[in-house]
Each structure stands twice: as C-alpha cells, then as structure tokens.
Design a protein. Sequence first.
Length: 278
Amino acid sequence: MDKMTVFKAQQWAFSFIKDHGKDPSVADLLLQGQLNWSTTEMLMNYQTQLSAEQLERFFTNVKLYCQDWPAQYLLGKANFFGLEFKVNEATLIPRPETEELVEWILETEPKTSLRVLDIGTGTGAIGLSLKHERPAWEVTLSDISPQALAVAKENKQALKLEATLIESDLFQNITGKFDVIVSNPPYIAESEADLMDKSVLEHEPKTALFAPDEGLYLYKKLAEKLSKYLTKQGKLYLEIGFQQGPSVVEIFSKAYPTAKVQLRQDITGHDRMVKVSF
Ligand SMILES: C[S@@+](CC[C@H](N)C(=O)[O-])C[C@H]1O[C@@H](n2cnc3c(N)ncnc32)[C@H](O)[C@@H]1O
C-alpha cells in the first residue's frame, strides 16, 4: 500500500464509514487512538504522511468498525473519568453513565481514609478512578472473571495506583468491612437481548451484561449479604438499568427497612443509580 497523508486517509475513512451507515466521527477516534494523538496534534498533522503499515492498520480497523466491532476493542483502550484504561473482550467497555456514579461517590464521601470495595470491577474503571481522585482511600477491586481481573491489574500498574485485587463471586472471597461498596453489576434481562446493538451483543462479554430474574439477580444477591460487609454507617452505590429503579429500591428497602435508599437519574433524566445509606 502506498503512503497517504492523514487528510486523505481521513477523507477515505469518512466516506467509507458513511456508506456503511455508521458514525463517520469514529474515523478520527480510530486514527487519533492508533497514533496516540490529541485532537490538536491531529489538526496540526493533516499533511503528515502515514506509513504503509500505519495505513494498513487504520483501514483494517475502519472496515472492522463497519462490521460492528467496537472502536475501543480495536484500539485496545477506552477513556474513563479522564484516564486511559486497557480494554479487551474479557471486559466491558466503561460507559459515560458510570462516570456519573463515580462523581456521586466523590461528591458525597469524605476525602479522609475510607475502605472501598468495587464489585464486578471489569477494567477497574470505577475503583481505580476513585483511587486516582482520593489517594487516601484503600481500594479493593473484585470480579468473578480472572480474565477481567488480569486487565484490571494491568490498568492498576499502568496508572501507578495502589489497589488490592480479589477474584470473587460477589462476597464469596471477601473478608472485612468496607465504608463504601460500589457495583455496576450485569443487569440486562436475557429478554432484552433482541433490542441491543449488534456491536455490544457480539463482542462484549455476556457475564458483564446479562443477569437472570429480569436482570435483578445480582442486586438480590448483594442485598442478602450486604450488612455483613459494610461498616455501621457504610454506603452501597449501584448502577442500575433505567427501568429498574422501583424494583431495586424495593429490594433494598425490604432487606434493610431502617436504611435510606435513594434513586438518582443520569444526565439524560433516566433512573441510573441507587444509594443505600446505613
Ligand atoms: C457491567 S460490568 C461492569 C464493569 C466495570 N465495573 C464498569 O463499570 O465498567 C459487570 C462486571 O461484573 C462482573 N461479574 C459478573 N458476575 C459477577 C459476580 N457474581 N461476582 C463478581 N463479579 C461479577 C463481570 O465479570 C463484569 O466485569
């Protein structure tokens, strides 16, 4: 393949992606991500020649994106809360909604030393972002998937953050008590699979997406054992599906009648988070 300028390669990718009915702005994401360039660097380098190798990788990624591969898996990385996380097909791609859960914790909890447990950590996105913002917190990351936990370990090392990693089915291998437990568990009902994007369904891990019992299984399991792992005034923060607000509030209100259970909406106005305060 001959050399080509960044500008020409971008133009080609734009029209190729458009012709396939997908989002042309992903062309920039793929090229910038591959070259590790900021938007400014991209603008300053429009006339730079790309090597045949660089072009081949870019064209391949553009074509795979048009075949429903998520751009983040093609690049092997995703941004979350201002940090770069390695991702692969063993981990969910961290979502912007989840950044709002991190923000809620940061604006509510004291900056002083706290013990924090992130259950179902995946890439480590929630727990490592919290540790990055609050170095005094002692953070534990757990996941049922050893492959996901291996990615969380790489992210912890790349970001130079301290955290304990534990392979565990919910609380099974967890000991001690925590001031904050946070979880974005799998919460999609199997019956909703038909409505999902092909790129999510075909590439993201099923153990990260689906849960039995209309998606409520993990919330019910968390509620059963929660009090044993929270300090007296501890708090649980959860991400939920936008239709699950009333059901999740009911699960925790029934299990802990004296606790305060709060529902919170995301930036688009959908029910998205629940906090249980003891
Ligand atoms: C929706 S993903 C969330 C990943 C990450 N916390 C985030 O917000 O991007 C759910 C995660 O929970 C993990 N998981 C599923 N069942 C679990 C269980 N029983 N115990 C612990 N982790 C579980 C999955 O492997 C997956 O990494």
